[in-house]
Design a protein around this ligand. Sequence first.
Ligand code: G6P
Length: 420
Amino acid sequence: MKLCVIGGGSTYTPELLSGLTEKKKEIPINEVVLLDIDPERLKDVGEFAKRMMTHLAPEIKLSYTCDRKEALIKADFVVTQIRVGHQIARHDDTIFCLKNDVIGQETTGAAGFAKAMRTIPVLLDYAKDMQTLCPDAWLINFTNPSGIVTEALIRFGWPRTIGLCNGPIGMQMNVASNLGVKVSDVGLDYVGLNHLGWVRKITVKGRDCTEEILNKFVPYTATNIPELDYDPTFYHALKTLPNGYLKYYYLEDEMLKKLKEQRKTRAQVVMEVEEELLAIYRDPTQHEKPAALSKRGGAYYSHVALSLISAIYNDRNEVHIVNTLNNGALKDLSDDAAIEIACMVNKTGAHPLAAGHVDLAYRGLMQHVKAYEQLTVEAAVTSSYNRALLALVNHPLVNSEKKAKILLDYFIKRHNLELK
Ligand code: G6P
């Protein structure tokens, strides 16, 4: 089996490969091709990846290339982890949003809109090539904003796409360590969108532990989310476990203040971490996944990706929390909305489990954000200025036609977006 990694020059690649080598008995992948548009960086990561594989799984052939055709041809699984515009685009967007008193986070914040607008056309173009080069491949999307990008791919480019995020597994691991149980015993009734999810029920080996966790809960936060705590009364009223990214909504003022006070943007921090990682990758004596990788936010992402690939390949009928189209699972959203939810995964893909209505306490926010997301997909696919403007007006963290216009005009100029 062949795996192609689009964005293989990412500093995250060794993380993905270490997951692959752990699961090699379950998934007979014997060829991995790293594809990237940046030859220098690809060489640094690619040579390190080769050394890593020689030590951990010499039977898997690893190569790297800037040639799309060579990389994609006859691939069985394609993973995307691209960053159009690099970290500098993330930094500039964050700063501009903050100057306009808007949270500029690159997935949940208004910068997520800009990232989606510059990313969707690129991925749809890859999808076009895949039609002839690897028509049966599964596309596993990690590229952020994962939910929006996944929706665009499934509806307009590659129906066999499944979107992933490490958020749900992070929450599951957090619950497991709080209760002192095995991660595989923890079940989450997780509903919502990517980076906008709520856990309604927590079970351990089928036993309901929701109350226990809500009472002692130490919230899950990724390394890239500034630390801020909710008032416990809010948790008790909400009666669910919110995804860490919900702090951008529930604590908007405090979060904005905190972000403005930070000396460096997350993009600047990541640029430093990447320099450190690339120096390690360039060292010919190094062949082990560096500890510094944990400074990136995507912890456990290889575990999520490879478990999913294994569930598809081995037709496991296993439950995974992933991003896919709603198709009636959540009654409060349209069928064509990408949602993040527990799905039954087998060789025919990810099938969302029926989840009914969500509580009124967060139904509105979920629908509001989905309207923004779907307008963004529409704007990216049709290159429409008007839909782009309305997408930003509908973003709950923008909520102003004046700010939306200022941001949109900036994004268009900064990223050369061609809108009509
Ligand atoms: C979190 C999110 C991911 C995101 C990552 C960013 O884990 O769930 O969606 O990609 O953080 O990490 P970074 O190191 O780029 O800030």
